[in-house]
Design a binder for this molecule. Sequence first.
Ligand SMILES: CC/C=C\C/C=C\C/C=C/C/C=C/C(=O)SCCNC(=O)CCNC(=O)[C@H](O)C(C)(C)COP(=O)(O)OP(=O)(O)OC[C@H]1O[C@@H](n2cnc3c(N)ncnc32)[C@H](O)[C@@H]1OP(=O)(O)O
Length: 306
Amino acid sequence: MLLTLFESHTHFFLSMFQKMILTKIISNTLSLHKKQLIEWLPAVRYFSSPTNPLVNVDVNDKSGIAVVTMNRKPVNGLSLELFEAMSKALDDLENNRIRGAILTSSCPTVFSAGLDLNELYQPDKKRFKAFWTTFQDVWLKLYGSSFPTAAAINGHAPAGGCFLAISCEYRVMCPDYKIGLNETRLGIIAPIFLRASMRNTVSNREAEKALTLGTLYSTEDALKIGLIDEIAIYKVKAIERCENFLAQFNNVSSIARSFTKRSLRQKDLEELENCREEDFNIFWSNLIEPSVQKQIGDYMQSLKKK
Ligand SMILES: CC/C=C\C/C=C\C/C=C/C/C=C/C(=O)SCCNC(=O)CCNC(=O)[C@H](O)C(C)(C)COP(=O)(O)OP(=O)(O)OC[C@H]1O[C@@H](n2cnc3c(N)ncnc32)[C@H](O)[C@@H]1OP(=O)(O)O
């Protein structure tokens, strides 16, 4: 109660300087460790949007909500550079204590086409290692973020695209698109962290069916199995619905919310933290199998021939 009052009344007015002073006074008074106290303090609007052409971050000064837009034409293929830009953007959001983030895309009909197949086909080991490690980083930062997250899925979201959406806490999708984890259809085994996000979203039984069959769901079917939470007619509405979801947390203590989220996701995060190198090795050895390479190469050709 005290925390909620404190947050709502000071939310718009604190400057960074005031926040430092306040931190000092309250930590002295309550004998709290500074790190504990920082968690208490409300978000402060001193955020300047990082300029990276691949990821645009737009923070609404009034609501404190950031819209994070992936911008890699034509289909937001997740390349090393896009992952690096996302990883940096997530760090900036975390450091600036925003109130929530909405992930979306600037491509008119595609949220993200998943991993850039060029990263998977005839890969160079050094680059692939950097790519895979940054992919892991992005998941750890997005799935484990201290701020609440939502995805405004304004287009197709196969494979890695679906993975990004299910790493968020809420999903609103526009009609007539496809979403799902179709990795097995490409001969690819879903990595450990992707399985965790899926199990956290739909029932274990649906996750098993969806992952083993590699099903791509229509927007309507995705809603039926709980893969998405709402349907919105177009992107602006999807963002609005995500904002409404995030606004619900205005009346909840941010420390209670973020600790609860963390404790629910901790096991999944630790599972990857404890086996990052092994996770890479498993994928690398599978990826360079000639049969897997052939399947990926043929798939790339089929996409180009369309
Ligand atoms: C055994 C273990 C081995 C390895 C482990 C590796 C990974 C495991 C774990 C990770 C999980 C994630 C995996 C992935 O994400 S793999 C990628 C899977 N993605 C897809 O299957 C989607 C493919 N794309 C499509 O279905 C359509 O493009 C889409 C519906 C998204 C959009 O259709 P639209 O008609 O609007 O556009 P297109 O004309 O199809 O495409 C335009 C352009 O973009 C190229 N393209 C499309 N997708 C990709 C992609 N993922 N990567 C790179 N390039 C892509 C497409 O070829 C066209 O190019 P061009 O003809 O040159 O214009």
